[in-house]
Design a protein around this ligand. Structure first.
Ligand code: UD2
Ligand code: MN
Length: 555
């Protein structure tokens, strides 16, 4: 198998330059009237030119690695070695990467664009065979100021690991990036890489939601697959997704999202979980009921999921269009994943996670870019639009959880309300009863209760005890800065204060230390081997979030 994919890669790169990269500049704008911040644009491009000249040399080392397609560097020890910095140039490069991308670009740029990743599928997946007449796919990757190495590794992995007969085209949508390396150098590179790559440059930044819609309008494959611009698809990732969408045109097929560590670039398997949400309309992962895996086969069967994380999925192109694509008035980032999930379930579609399809994604701890036009974070306004169109009376729980939402100006939602009527969608009550019965309703104090009539098998983290985490000798406690959505919280040692919620930790049965719902203490590996702890979304997989008590003293 390995040899076959090696040959394919070399052969694609070796074909002469009769390939064309279609450079499309779309002048059409879905929404007009916002101004791009030219000041910021100038700043960023001036910065990126300096950055580019410094980084040229380091990028050159890519070429060396690339001479070994399917390079086997995924062992963590070797990744740690790759993270070493010796010169000032390398230190600057790393610091710039942290700032611009919120991941360790130094390691990434030293890794092969064709690196192999561990095959994280269940053993039963490996014996599965797929039809030869699956539909053709347009893979759409939107990006804004993405690092060279991660963007291109996404593209390389798609080319290397997708059967050529199903890969109709790859569409890259540049959401008006300002970084220098994404200008002419990128189109030149793509020109020589694959015959069917289209690069769409948006004249003004649109945000990821409208950028995806542009991509979908340019696409001509029967099926669309969306990916973020910092992914690595795994072995046989495409066939299971295409099988699901071709057998059931109304189903959105979602791969299991494996984790690429933003600090070490280690590729880690994720366990099988479902998508859910809380009443603040934040996406969350929910555990499957304990008895779910009684039968071995359940490790490879599609899993119905109430919501999806948003970035990675396959859908029939025409059905996506008929179902109203996305709300084009959702800005920059956030909310569209719950909107499309609610809409598909309520209006005749469905969402399934396909365990045999795995795609790695860099989960970073902060978003390194601001909103389109430089305004506030868009998540709340986007969520208000979603809530007002879809939640019916349950919107009270959203307002109860997010009081600031009540006064947010959310624009005109009539087109989406009309869509809901036109598609004859069900009431939100139905979704809660039949698709997300695990969801709880809130009492007036904001505590959860059961949805009447639903089957309750929700993963409720069971708290064993709760309290401070105190260093006895120093008499100091672990304290988090105020938890603000979208912002990394700082953990420090400080004076113990019994009343302080930012220092009250809940120990769960799964050995997590949870601060507020869904935020857990997570052990981070650093290339220099000094581990430290951070507050991260609870992933429920144990590992870096499982803490054991010991009486040993560590120095
Ligand atoms: C998650 C999703 C993401 C999206 C988001 C909610 C996964 C793995 N990722 O956030 O796809 O659904 O939740 O909105 O499920 N981008 C643009 N223009 C912009 C900003 C971003 O094109 O103005 C691109 C960006 O380069 C990336 C993609 O959109 O390829 C998603 O952005 P992200 O990676 O910052 O979002 P993430 O993974 O935190
Ligand atoms: Mn992402």
């Amino acid at each position: 198998m390995r040899r076959m994919s090696t040959q394919r890669t070399i052969c694609l790169i070796g074909i002469p330059s009769i390939f064309f990269v279609t450079l499309i500049v779309l002048s059409l704008q879905l929404r007009s009237g916002y101004d791009t911040s030219t000041k910021r644009q100038k700043l960023v491009s001036a910065h990126s030119q300096v950055y580019e000249s410094r980084s040229e040399k380091i990028h050159r080392s890519d070429k060396l690695h690339n001479s070994h397609p399917e390079d086997l560097i995924y062992n963590n020890e070797r990744l740690v070695l790759l993270g070493h910095v010796n010169t000032q140039e390398e230190i600057d490069f790393k610091n710039n990467g942290d700032k611009l991308y919120a991941f360790n670009e130094l390691i990434s740029s030293r890794l092969s664009l064709n690196r192999a990743v561990p095959d994280t599928r269940h053993e039963l997946c490996k014996t599965k065979t797929y039809r030869k007449d699956l539909p053709k796919v347009s893979v759409i990757i939107c990006f804004y100021n993405e690092a060279w190495s991660t963007l291109l590794r996404t593209v390389h992995s798609v080319i290397n690991r997708s059967p050529a007969e199903f890969l109709h085209e790859i569409i890259l949508v540049d959401d008006a990036s300002e970084l220098y390396h994404l200008q002419s150098k990128l189109s030149e590179y793509l020109w020589s890489l694959h015959p069917n790559i289209t690069l769409v440059r948006l004249p003004d930044r649109q945000g990821l939601i409208r950028a995806r819609m542009y991509g979908a309008h340019v696409a001509s494959g029967e099926v669309l697959v969306f990916l973020d611009s910092h992914c690595e698809v795994n072995k046989q990732w495409l066939e299971p997704l295409l099988t699901t969408v071709s057998e059931s045109r109304r189903t959105i097929a979602i791969p299991v999202i494996d984790t690429i560590d933003p600090n070490t670039f280690q590729y880690k398997a994720s366990s099988l979980v479902k998508g859910g949400f809380n009443w603040g309309l934040h996406f969350r992962w929910d555990h499957l009921p304990e008895d779910y895996f009684k039968d071995e086969k359940s490790h490879i069967e599609p899993i119905e999921t109430p919501t999806m994380a948003g970035g990675l999925f396959a859908v029939n192109r025409q059905y996506f269009r008929d179902m109203g694509e996305y709300d084009p008035d959702l800005d920059t980032w956030g909310g569209e994943n719950l909107e499309i999930s609610f809409r598909f379930w309520l209006c005749g579609g469905r969402l399934e996670i396909i365990p045999c399809s795995r795609v790695g994604h860099i989960f970073r701890q902060r978003r390194p870019y601001g909103s389109v036009g430089g305004g506030e974070d868009t998540m709340l306004r986007n969520s208000v639009r979603v809530a007002r169109v879809w939640l019916d009376d349950y919107i009270q729980y959203f307002f109860q959880t997010q009081p600031a939402a009540a006064s947010v100006k959310y624009g005109d939602i009539s087109a989406r309300v009309n869509l809901r009527n036109r598609l004859e969608c069900k009431k939100f009550d139905w979704y809660l009863k039949f698709i997300y019965p695990e969801q709880t309703i809130l009492d007036k104090h904001g505590h959860g209760g059961d949805i009447k009539g639903g089957v309750i098998h929700k993963y409720q983290p069971k708290f064993i005890r709760s309290g401070h985490i105190r260093n006895k000798e120093l008499n100091l406690c672990i304290i988090s800065s105020e938890v603000v959505p979208g912002k990394q919280s700082l953990l420090t040692l400080g004076e113990c204060d019994k009343s302080g919620s930012i220092q009250r930790w809940n120990e769960t049965e799964a050995k997590e230390l949870m601060l507020v719902y869904n935020l857990c203490l997570d052990a981070q590996d650093r290339p220099d081997k000094v581990s430290y702890a951070k507050l991260m979304k609870c992933h429920g997989n144990g590992g870096s979030q499982a803490w054991v008590w010991s009486i040993k003293n560590y120095i």
